[in-house]
Write a protein that binds this ligand. Structure first.
Ligand SMILES: [Zn+2]
Length: 203
């Protein structure tokens, strides 16, 4: 293994953000920063976090290490999700939960707690590559949105403000229509605006 400044001298066995147990110290601890033979750790809880320097040899892996850690870019694991958040602290509150920070359109930051089980790690490239198109035709104001996570990743949904509920445009009575390609999404949009009048339209 190549040595890099981010690789601690223990050969990279542990890495920043991991939650571990520390011999002789009760509770669970988050690895913050490696040093020669030591790690700076913080108590893995939401408040009153204590910092300490502990030796690498005192670290013990958890049996149920969470798969999400500080700094991860995450999305909730459902295909309609468009928003990603950055993970801060990860703590055990019965189950593992993560503090997520969203940047709002106005630049403000909003924090929320979420179960780690519902979160999937994504990359900035994945997000940037996801197609999100505004489509307008007459009074139809819609969007074509590509899923980033789940088995639907890469597929498209088409929504319009005139469609009921979440705005999904449906064909053949299906609740949600996922399009395998951008072309087919445009075709669904064209079908929608070409006189197939909205069902239960809201003005
Ligand atoms: Zn419409």
């Amino acid at each position: 293994m190549l040595w890099t400044p981010d690789t601690p001298p223990d050969g990279g066995m542990f890495s920043a953000g991991e939650i571990v147990e520390v011999e002789g110290r009760p509770g669970e601890w988050e690895l913050m920063k490696p040093g020669p033979g030591v790690w700076t750790v913080e108590s893995a809880r939401l408040e009153d976090r204590v910092s300490a320097k502990v030796s690498v040899s005192s670290l013990q892996r958890l049996a149920d290490t969470p798969h999400i850690r500080r700094g991860d870019l995450v999305m909730q694991r459902y295909p309609e999700q468009e928003r990603a958040a950055v993970v801060g602290a990860v703590v055990r509150l019965g189950q593992w939960v993560a503090v997520k920070s969203y940047t709002l359109p106005d630049g403000g930051v909003c924090q929320a707690l979420d179960s780690v089980d519902r979160l999937e790690v994504v990359t900035a490239e994945q997000l940037a590559a996801a197609i999100r198109l505004d489509v307008v035709h007459g009074t139809h104001m819609g969007r074509i949105v590509q899923a980033v996570v789940t088995a639907r990743a890469g597929q498209f949904r088409v929504v319009c403000r005139c469609a009921p509920g979440a705005g999904e445009i449906c064909r053949n009575g299906r609740k949600v229509t996922w399009c395998p390609s951008l072309d087919s999404a445009h075709q669904l949009w064209d079908w929608h605006v070409s006189g197939h009048a909205p069902v239960g339209s809201v003005a």
